[in-house]
Design a protein. Sequence first.
Length: 280
Amino acid sequence: MRLLFFLNAYSGSRKLTFVLLLLLEKVLPDSLRKLYFNKSLIESRSILGFIYDREGVVTSTLETMQIRFRFRERFVIFKLRWHSSDFVVFEQIFIREEYQFATQQHFDSPCIVDAGANIGCTTVYFKAIYPFAKILAVEADPDNYSALQENLRLNNLHDVQCAAVALWFENGTVAISRNFKDGRDWSAHVDTQGQTPVTSRTLGTLLESYGINSIDILKMDIEGSERPIFIKDETINESLVKIRCIAIEVHTEDDLIEKRLRGLGFRMFKKGETLFAQKD
């Protein structure tokens, strides 16, 4: 995929890029294509097609691919890191719009907490839909946090607040590990045996620290940490009653989280791995 985006950036021809994509599919040995290229070829066509359909521009460096495209009423800019999960996250948020349901509410200036903000795709997505939203982006992994800040800077979103902490069931210090899922950037999660120590905060403490009295949308994608938070945080109900809409990626099969939310008056449905909960 990296070669394809380099060719695109310096050839100046969109048609040439897609011809090269098709040629690669034809000339690669079946075993090699299945092992390394099938998913990348599909992602390349999907992302490039999406960008070009929206007056997009692609430029590449040795470390990143920078894209600029029109989304809703504004242009959006992102730096995506090579050899990372950034491309998959981008596709989930902007192409498949996995959080679209959470944006169907009529808010003028909603308060949004993006827990597990990663490189900022969801934060920028919400800002494109709700330009006057007040957003707190929470990301514990240092590398992802740096990418988040850079992408917010590129989009001139200086009014977004950022917290370099891990959302957890107690305040203190935890560690970040990448032994969850495929071990890439989106798999960074809280682990007592992890390599990188970070500050942890409960949802209640986080809201108090940033003066947040109510949340219109809480997006939570924290790679398995949601379950201990819902089980062990003794103050979690006090925070949940302040929320109107929750979009939470659930990584366990039990229905404990659903039971707690249902008991607080939320109605729910699932879309893929994401559980949407909303109060009337």
